[in-house]
Structures are given as structure tokens and as C-alpha cells.
Design a protein around this ligand. Structure first.
Ligand SMILES: Nc1ncnc2c1ncn2[C@@H]1O[C@H](COP(=O)(O)OP(=O)(O)O)[C@@H](O)[C@H]1O
Ligand SMILES: [Mg+2]
Length: 361
């Protein structure tokens, strides 16, 4: 007789599973609308809310049941869900989720009083969750007007669209970002039609202890290195250096980039550094050569954690009217025009690139 059969009612089984989530460090909120389809309880930890459905059936959970719950999640805008079954899942049900590498969805069954995971898209484990902490990204170039503020805000927006809890800190005493967005930047998402919000703090109001686990903090720096918070620069795990290839912006021999990297390394020897080309357009042959020359100069530093992102093969932020004119409202420049939005595409690609290169969970 399997352990699940010893439960007298579906409710007992549900309670048992709820306690397992409690063991994993979640607080549990039971859904009182019992007759509605959907979840049985919410498991809550920090910003993370998992809608959990438990199934105490005679048979294994089928693809159809999984799909039904995922459809319900989409309709109800639920960000993370789990099904816990007393009898496990059919092999195709697990394969269908695993093949798509579905994010934010978990499938588990009860085995010897513990949940055994058949599919886990991210850790639910108490220990692993504790190890996570905010990832600090600083956007810094030792030069004004290169796009630090534009890149900070839109990178934060792209992380928010990708499901991350992001906050921004305006580190520039000029407060360009804060004056523009106020305490929240709104991130239009044309796919869902709903806006996300990204919190923006002034450096004077910012307090590291306010941050939740698993969040990303993006710091929009002042071009004058000394005016930034040394504490934050030291905490930074990834620096993003936005720049164009223009000799006026970075100097004929990339002097501005070299100075930027030198300043960063002066206080932080371990962070990853990514140079991203901003205001990018299709280059002519001479401009292409300039890119290679500058890349050679940067590689010549021998700093293996400092990468110049290839604008053609990887990512660049294209020159766009939307970004040039951004600033009349706190909405980010992510609205589609005729179904397209270059800034949105570019910043999502940058997010994807960073995820591949960094230890962001
Ligand atoms: N990819 C881009 N396409 C078009 N204009 C841009 C782009 N990136 C930045 N800009 C414009 O360049 C100017 C400087 O940007 P900003 O983010 O304020 O630079 P910084 O913070 O480095 O001083 C702004 O007018 C901004 O709209
Ligand atoms: Mg700025």
C-alpha cells in the first residue's frame, strides 16, 4: 500500500503537503474557494509565490491535467506553480514539461513522507534558497551621455519582464533617473497587456537590508567615479559599460574605456565586466575595423573577466528613436510599434546574454 492511500481525505493529503512546504521554509495560505478550479494553497517565501495543486487520485496525473493547471496559471497570471501528486505522473506528462524546459513549474510526488521532485525548474530547497542573494549590476562608463541611464532602466525592465524582482538605484547625484521615473518605472508588456513596476531609489534612501532574496539591483552610476557609492561598487558582481565606438566618446585609442576599467578594477578585482555597444547601427567597413581594433586593445589587458560583447554575433543596443526620445513619461520604451520594438528585443537579448554568463539564478 502506498503512503498516499493512508490519507483519509483529499484535505488530509493537502494538509500533509502544505506542512512539507512549511518545512522548506514557505508560509502557506490555503485557497478558501474550494469549488473553483486552480490551486489548493499558495506557498510564499519572500517575493516568491507558488500556487500549489495537490492531487490525491488513484491514477497518475496525466498530460491533460497538467495542461489544465498551466492554462489556469496563464489565465490567472500566476507566475509559479506546482502539482504534487500522490501517485506521480505519467511519463509523457513529465516529458512534455521537460522537453519544453518550462520555467517556473514543478512536479512532485510523495515518497516516504517527503516530496520527491519529478521536474523542478528551480530550487525549492531551503538550503539552496538561502544561498541566493541579490545580484548587483552597476552600469558605469567614465563619460556622460553614453547611455548609462537609458541602459540601466531598460535592462531593469527586461529583467522584470523575464520574471525577476528588480530594483534600481539612482547613483548619480544629478538624479536624472529618479527625476524621470519617480519611485517607480513602469514596464509595459505588450504580450500580457499589463505593466510591471520597477522600484527606483535615490542613493541617499537606499539600504541594502531592504532587499529581498533573489532580486537584482541595478545601479545607474555617475560618470564621475568618485561620486558613486564605494560600498555599492565593491558589492557589484557585474559591471556593464555602455559605449559607442565614436572616437569622441571613447577616445581614439579607447582611452575612456581603459580609464573606466582601471577605475573599476581599482576597487573591485572580481566582478565581471561587459562592454556593450549602444546607439549601434550597421557599421561600414572602417567602423567594423575600429571595433576589431578596440576589441584588441581590451583583450590586450589580459583581464579574462572583462568582455566586449560582439554587437553582430551577440548583442548590441541599437540606435532608436524610442530610446532617443525616452523620458517624457516614466514608461520604458518597450511599446511595440507595428508589432516590433527594437529596444525591447535588444534588452531582452542582453538579459539572456547576461544570464548565460553570470551566476544569476
Ligand atoms: N540606443 C539609443 N538610441 C538612441 N538614443 C539613445 C540611445 N541610448 C541613449 N540615447 C540617448 O542618449 C542620451 C544620453 O543618454 P543617457 O542615458 O542620459 O546617458 P548617460 O546616463 O550615460 O549620461 C539621451 O538623450 C538618450 O535618449
Ligand atoms: Mg545618466
Amino acid at each position: 500500500m502506498s503512503i498516499a492511500q493512508t490519507f483519509e481525505s483529499a484535505f488530509d493529503f493537502e494538509k500533509f503537503i502544505a506542512v512539507r512546504f512549511d518545512d522548506l521554509g514557505f508560509s502557506v495560505k490555503v485557497n478558501n474557494k474550494q469549488n473553483e478550479p486552480g490551486y489548493d494553497f499558495l506557498a510564499i517565501k519572500g517575493q516568491r509565490i507558488i500556487a500549489v495543486q495537490v492531487k490525491n487520485y488513484k491514477n497518475k496525473v496525466s498530460i491533460k491535467q497538467v495542461t489544465k493547471f498551466r492554462d489556469y496559471m496563464d489565465r490567472s497570471n500566476i507566475k509559479e506553480g506546482a502539482i504534487i501528486s500522490s501517485k506521480g505522473f505519467s511519463v509523457p506528462a513529465i516529458a512534455s514539461i521537460a522537453a519544453e524546459k518550462v520555467k517556473n513549474f514543478h512536479m512532485g510526488h510523495l515518497c516516504e513522507n517527503k516530496i520527491t521532485w519529478d521536474y523542478l525548474s528551480q530550487s525549492i530547497n531551503k538550503k539552496a534558497a538561502k544561498q541566493k542573494s541579490s545580484h548587483y549590476i552597476s552600469v558605469f562608463t567614465a563619460k556622460g551621455g553614453v547611455g548609462k541611464t537609458v541602459v540601466s532602466a531598460h535592462l531593469a525592465g527586461a529583467f522584470a519582464i523575464s520574471g525577476y524582482k528588480v530594483s534600481m538605484v539612482d547613483g548619480d547625484p544629478e538624479e536624472n533617473l529618479f527625476r524621470l521615473t519617480g519611485e517607480n518605472a513602469s514596464v509595459p508588456n505588450s504580450r500580457t497587456g499589463q505593466s510591471n513596476r520597477v522600484k527606483v531609489s535615490k542613493i541617499s534612501d537606499w539600504d541594502a537590508t531592504m532587499l529581498d532574496e533573489e532580486s537584482i539591483t541595478i545601479f545607474d552610476c555617475s560618470p564621475s567615479f568618485e561620486r558613486n557609492s564605494l560600498n555599492l561598487l565593491k558589492k557589484t558582481e557585474s559591471f556593464i559599460i555602455p559605449t559607442s565606438l565614436s572616437p569622441l566618446e571613447i577616445g581614439n585609442k579607447a582611452e575612456v574605456l581603459l580609464k573606466t576599467i582601471d577605475k573599476i578594477r581599482g576597487c573591485n578585482t572580481t566582478a565581471s565586466i561587459f562592454i556593450i555597444l549602444n546607439k549601434y547601427y550597421i557599421p561600414n567597413r572602417k567602423e567594423q575595423q575600429r571595433y576589431y581594433d578596440i576589441k584588441t586593445i581590451i583583450s590586450g589587458l589580459g583581464d579574462y573577466k572583462c568582455l566586449m560583447i560582439d554587437p553582430e554575433k551577440k548583442v548590441s543596443i541599437r540606435e532608436s528613436k524610442l530610446l532617443r526620445n525616452w523620458g517624457t513619461e516614466s514608461d520604458l520604451a518597450f511599446k511595440t510599434v507595428a508589432g516590433r520594438c527594437y529596444p525591447r528585443d535588444d534588452f531582452l537579448r542582453l538579459t539572456e546574454y547576461l544570464m548565460e554568463h553570470l551566476n544569476i539564478s
